[in-house]
Design a protein around this ligand. Structure first.
Ligand code: PMP
Length: 386
């Protein structure tokens, strides 16, 4: 780990040492291709992958054959959106997404407009929760696919999945959920919730970067069309040789989560509340973006009036890592589309910072970070007033 205090768990999480250990032999002695059916090396790799698949499936209440490994949630989201739209019946020419989706959903949905699909972007309220009425009226018999995330990556707000699933069911439209941020703390039972497709990512839950999965409900019809073509692996939906060590790491991360998620949740929530309390004591005008109800326990998105996030984050280097908007959006100068959708002005959005806590953050980290943030804010305000 770096020397600073890491509070950017929604961008990525540290690898759990138990995951590193589980992966280790698969970088070295187990060199087989999981698709090589003619020798023991291949069988061992295949066994490891299938064990990992069962662990991922177990975490979300799916069966192993409903889990397809991908390179991460970005690929899974693209598969869900493009794959389902292209497979839809000719009269289903509409794609419905929420305004606060990750860019990998929004950009895929926009790309579909170039293929002749209509796009409906459903608004959210100032609380960061999707407008149920607008969503229900957007989903109809012309809808090819609906995509709403379980938990937002910038403001940590949870979305009403059961309600959306019911609206989709009524219209016969497939429902995709981006659960990249949810899996670390929110138990999602795909069957009980009525989800048809769901995206997962290992590096959001102390697993390795570069692997994720898409859940595809067994009875789903039509099936998503693949985006790439090759040797027919992963039921033909995602061809290519599987990265055995990454799959094993993802499986181990899911098994740990299943045992420790409740503990992780309490830990993150306690740190978050402590951090917020400490910051409020030092900076009474700090505001929380998005509702605290049902929020990701390790997420805070804070508005520091008059203090530009990029300056604040820079002033905190190399001591505290946090983020303005999502990492995938950084590099773009535009303010966060999520905060804008929630009704913040461009300057309010530009003065907002996301702090993310999780398994390996400590109380000492939090207390020190609060002190550093408060003094950087005070310095920047002084400099601004000078
Ligand atoms: N969806 C959400 C909600 C995310 O937070 C992220 C990661 N920023 C992704 C999708 C993309 O995941 P990955 O990095 O695995 O491609």
């Amino acid at each position: 780990m770096g020397s600073g205090i890491y509070l950017d768990y929604q961008a990525s999480t540290p690898l759990d040492p138990r995951v590193t250990e589980a992966m280790a032999p698969y970088w070295t002695e187990f060199c087989g291709n999981a698709h090589s059916g003619e020798h023991a090396f291949g069988w061992a790799a295949d066994e490891a992958v299938e064990d990992a698949r069962a662990r991922v499936a177990g975490l979300v209440g799916a069966d192993p054959d409903e889990i397809v490994f991908t390179s991460g949630a970005t690929e899974a989201n693209n598969l869900a959106l493009l794959g389902m739209a292209r497979a839809a019946a000719p009269e289903r020419r509409k794609v419905v997404v929420s305004a606060i989706e990750h860019k990998s959903v929004l950009a895929a949905a926009r790309a579909l407009t170039e293929e002749g699909f209509d796009l409906t972007v459903v608004p959210v309220g100032p609380d960061g929760v999707v407008d149920r009425g607008a969503l229900a009226s957007a989903v109809d018999s012309r809808t090819a696919v609906v995509s709403v995330m379980a938990v937002n990556n910038e403001v940590g707000t949870s979305q009403p999945l059961r309600h959306i699933a019911d609206a989709c069911d009524e219209a016969g439209a497939p429902f995709h959920v981006d659960a990249a941020q949810a899996m670390a703390f929110l138990p999602i039972d795909v069957v009980g919730t009525g989800i048809d497709l769901m995206s997962l990512s290992a590096h959001k839950c102390c697993g390795p970067k570069g692997v994720g999965a898409i859940y595809v409900r067994r009875g789903l019809s039509p099936r998503p069309r693949p985006l790439t073509f090759g040797g027919g692996q992963e039921g033909g939906l995602r061809p290519g040789t599987l990265p055995v060590p990454l799959c094993v790491g993802f499986g181990e991360a899911c098994a740990i989560l299943e045992r420790e998620r409740a503990k992780d949740t309490l830990h993150a929530a306690a740190l978050r509340d402590r951090f917020l309390g400490e910051l409020r004591r030092r900076l009474p005008d700090v505001r929380v973006n998005g509702t605290m109800d049902g929020r990701h326990p390790g997420n805070l998105n804070l508005h520091f009036p008059g203090v530009e996030a990029t300056l604040l984050l820079n002033a905190l280097q190399p001591h505290v890592a946090a983020a303005s908007g999502s990492a995938c959006t950084s590099g773009f100068q535009e303010p966060s589309h999520v905060l804008r959708a929630m009704g913040l002005t461009p300057s309010e959005a530009a003065c907002s910072v996301r702090f993310g806590m999780g398994r390996f953050a400590t109380e000492a980290d939090i207390m020190r970070a609060a002190e550093l943030v408060a003094s950087a804010v005070a310095d920047l305000r002084l400099a601004g007033a000078a």
